[in-house]
Design a protein around this ligand. Structure first.
Ligand code: NDP
Length: 417
């Protein structure tokens, strides 16, 4: 099966490494903006896999650049592990060239000052009640087109979004008649030793964390100020951490796809030093996404900041500690209320030793490969645009155990107030 992977950053490195371990992928084209990164990865992996690896330069913001490469390579499936800004262009190119589409993050506009985008955004804020810069409407709107083309688009197969929704589908299938409450807990207990760095793309990460929080309750969104809701949780294999309620994209799809749901919240752990640095950067304007004039030329502050911060891909050798990501479900089984917690613990140093990338990239890259394999093998075979919880979770859960992200079901967990 011919796979084209777009992007060659931290997540892509792990996804490609894992694709090379899965015999379903017989030819893999690594295509990204900086082809030297693809060449270096090919050099590292070619001798360890039967898959034939090739590389190419592509500008994923350009439909024509994508189409010309896809027409030449003829991929069965395209895995987009570039940035969320490119999602729609890559989906258009897949439709043009007859390829299935897989990604790990929903569409975001790069220029949030664009008046056409802003008008649509403000309308959505009013209608839906949350102000995040991203939502699924843009990609869900492609459903008919993918159906007509007889193709699958699988959205958000990282860890969160991704595995958290597979956990939800699995809990519903095996443990509950109805799920009423989901708390998604994302804990990174890793320490890279820098005063400040982001674990994945700084632009995407800082935008997410500095935005308003929100959760889904009784059929509508409740919005909070950034970091307004704080809780402490004692994470298995990590220990006690402060965590904060954030808006997160899988809340939107789970609210649509889990019948009987009453509340979904998402919490992420942050240390005080990270939050203080971020607030300071925000206060001085360094998180701005609109261009400003500097010495006679335009610069976008957050892009300039990205150039100054450590490359997330470089954190691997320095990061020690573990991540613990999972979901606490409360619902009804045989007329009785019950609660379970499904989670995975991933070790930064072990991830680095295996793939050359830290656990944030590892916990995203492994599910990126698994989701791609589900589509490529026809195990998940429906035409249209789907989120991961809309398929049978069992083969995906099995693959998580096989490819390095084993999970635990705790049937007596501590809940979050
Ligand atoms: P990186 O910034 O490390 O990598 C992005 C890669 O995409 C780089 O290789 C970059 O090229 C390439 N790229 C960017 N723009 C273009 C373009 N126009 N054309 C071609 N290639 C391009 O990001 P990460 O690996 O950290 O993240 C990848 C994706 O994974 C993101 O969408 C992120 O939101 C998502 N993610 C999802 C998570 C989940 O759990 N679901 C968790 C973490 C991340 P270059 O090398 O030239 O810069």
């Amino acid at each position: 099966m011919k796979l084209m992977v777009i992007g060659c950053g931290g997540v892509a490195t792990v996804a490609i490494y894992k694709c090379c371990e899965n015999p379903i992928f017989t030819e893999i084209l690594l295509a990204s903006r900086t082809v030297s990164k693809c060449d270096a990865l090919k050099e590292k992996l070619q001798s360890k896999t039967k898959a034939k690896i090739t590389t190419a330069t592509v500008d994923a913001d350009s439909f024509d650049s994508l189409v010309s490469l896809m027409k030449e390579f003829k991929p069965h499936t395209v895995l987009n592990v570039a940035l969320p800004y490119q999602d729609l262009t890559i989906m258009d190119a897949c439709l043009e060239c007859g390829a299935n589409y897989v990604d790990t993050a929903n569409y975001e506009a790069e220029d949030t000052e664009d008046p056409v985008w802003r008008a649509q955004y403000e309308k959505r804020c009013k209608e839906k009640g949350f102000t995040a810069y991203f939502d699924y409407s843009y990609q869900w709107a492609y459903d008919e087109k993918f159906k007509k083309a007889g193709l699958t688009a699988l959205l958000g197969t990282g860890f969160d979004p991704g595995v958290t929704q597979v956990f939800s589908a699995y809990a519903l299938k095996h443990y509950f008649d109805e799920i009423n409450y989901i708390d998604i807990l994302d804990c990174n207990g890793g320490d890279h030793g820098y005063a400040f760095a982001t674990n994945f793309n700084p632009e995407i990460n800082l935008r997410e964390v500095s935005a308003n929080g929100s959760y889904w309750e009784n059929g509508h969104w409740v919005e909070t100020k950034p970091m307004e809701i704080k809780r402490e949780y004692d994470f298995a294999e990590v220990g006690k951490k402060d965590m904060y309620l954030l808006h997160h994209e899988e809340i939107e799809s789970l609210a649509k796809n889990i019948p009987g749901i009453k509340r979904i919240r998402f919490f992420m752990t942050f240390g005080q030093s990270y939050l203080t640095h971020m607030k300071c950067l925000e206060n001085v304007g360094m998180l701005r996404t609109d261009p400003v004039m500097f010495e006679g030329r335009e610069i976008v502050p957050i892009k300039f900041l990205k150039a100054l911060l450590p490359d997330p891909a470089s954190l691997g050798p320095r990061t020690k500690g573990k991540t613990n990501i999972g979901c606490i479900f409360t619902g009804i089984k045989d007329g009785k209320e019950k609660t379970i917690y499904i989670y995975n613990v991933c070790d930064h140093e072990a991830s680095y030793k295996e793939t050359g990338a830290q656990a944030i990239s590892y916990t995203t890259g492994v599910p990126a490969m698994i989701g791609t394999a589900m589509v490529a093998s026809g195990t998940w075979a429906k035409t249209g645009v789907f989120n991961v919880e809309e398929f049978d979770p069992d083969p995906y859960m099995e693959a998580l155990n096989k490819y390095g992200l084993p999970w635990v079901v705790d049937e007596n967990p501590k809940t979050v107030e």
